[in-house]
Design a protein around this ligand. Sequence first.
Ligand code: NDP
Length: 248
Amino acid sequence: LGSELDEQVAIVTGASSGIGEATARSLAARGASVVLAARREDELEELASSIEDDGGDALVVPTDVTDDGDIDDLVQATTDEYGRIDVLVNNAGLMPLAHIAEADRETLQDTIDVNLRGLITLTHAVVPTMLEQESGHVVNLSSVVGRFLQANSAHYNAAKAGVKMFGDSLRLDVAEEGIRVATIEPGAVDTELLDHIPDEEIQEGVKEYVGSMDALAPEDIARTITFVVTQPQRVDINEVLIRPLDQV
Ligand code: NDP
């Protein structure tokens, strides 16, 4: 195990699969105590056992980021157990791509609620602890589509562009208090994200597009996030756009 993050506490949302799972493993391997938040408790327990088998420390807190009570419980459970929060990785997300005329209202609302509203609400709940510590690191998962357009994705693009703007604006308010804010913008990463696209035709089309390239692995993003949060305090990496070489 590394030791750059010894004594540090990191909350990772969406830790039950993909980028969140890989990030939790990576931060734990550097010595951080990781708080695993997502809805699927079994997956979180499995990950916690695996991290602990490798000599790390993990706390499972089943969380739906669209539930304000769950958000409060997550922060409370973390401070009760560890007394601090050094890193918040706002990674929980979903990408139910759909044409605006075909999407149901619930799909549109879920997209904003999980990717943007939940992220803002959890950050709001965590920042007071970081302000008290006069240090902390908020890492937000936006996307390549927070910057570039994609068809059947107006709601998802809006959410991810919102994540980027939220992070940049948040930084203005908290940087002088010692809190760093990073926005990570991955291109195609091989995870379960595409499996939840409701429209079969759109899902097949996106899978074909992603399959045509040598997509990133979740570990590639985890390594990037780990790099961002292991810099000296004066180094505030604000934005990372990271794509497969052949995603052009
Ligand atoms: P996955 O589908 O593998 O992971 C998504 C995670 O979000 C799961 O752990 C899921 O857990 C969690 N999640 C979904 N809804 C909720 C909720 N309501 N409350 C709490 N957790 C929730 O996909 P990725 O790893 O790819 O996605 C991670 C992030 O990366 C997302 O924000 C995504 O938008 C972003 N991203 C991904 C890209 C890619 O190509 N894969 C590209 C650019 C950005 P559970 O179901 O257990 O709640």
